[in-house]
Design a protein around this ligand. Structure first.
Ligand SMILES: N=c1c2ncn([C@@H]3O[C@H](COP(=O)(O)OP(=O)(O)OP(=O)(O)O)[C@@H](O)[C@H]3O)c2ncn1[C@@H]1O[C@H](COP(=O)(O)O)[C@@H](O)[C@H]1O
Length: 107
């Protein structure tokens, strides 16, 4: 699996888990728990990212960020969205300074 394909492949796998047995698929168990279950994991994993950021262990930080991104992808899939939606939004923002964009917002 090439690194560039992993988001698309993972999205496919997550979409396929919609009809899976929650006792056999972690993703299906998250879907079965609904938005509350998925966002509880996102909160937990975000806290673990913050904790890992305070340590010197890069591998641990990458592990926790991967956990957070995975659960965010599950949330998107639970709404019928995928990583392409986020890629489009980041593409739309690309090259636009965050400082200038905020200053240009209508108050
Ligand atoms: N990428 C992932 C993935 N990343 C994390 N996780 C699970 O997310 C959970 C992390 O939450 P936990 O709280 O249990 O772990 P934790 O305490 O935070 O762990 P540490 O950070 O302390 O190590 C674990 O059960 C992990 O196995 C994932 N589960 C599944 N996938 C992908 O999703 C596919 C489908 O998985 P299933 O739905 O289980 O078939 C798999 O083939 C993988 O490609």
């Amino acid at each position: 699996m090439s690194n560039s394909d992993i988001f698309a492949a993972l999205d496919d796998a997550l979409a396929q888990r919609r009809d899976a047995d929650p006792s056999k698929s972690y993703t299906a168990a998250l879907y079965a728990g609904g938005t509350a279950a998925i966002t509880a994991k996102i909160s937990e994993e975000a806290g673990e990212v913050v904790e890992a950021a305070g340590e010197a262990d890069d591998e641990h930080l990458v592990h926790e960020v991967a956990d957070l991104w995975f659960h965010c992808m599950v949330l998107l899939q639970s709404r019928g969205l995928d990583v392409h939606a986020v890629q489009r939004e980041l593409g739309r923002r690309f090259g636009v300074s965050g400082i200038e964009e905020k200053a240009a917002r209508v108050k």
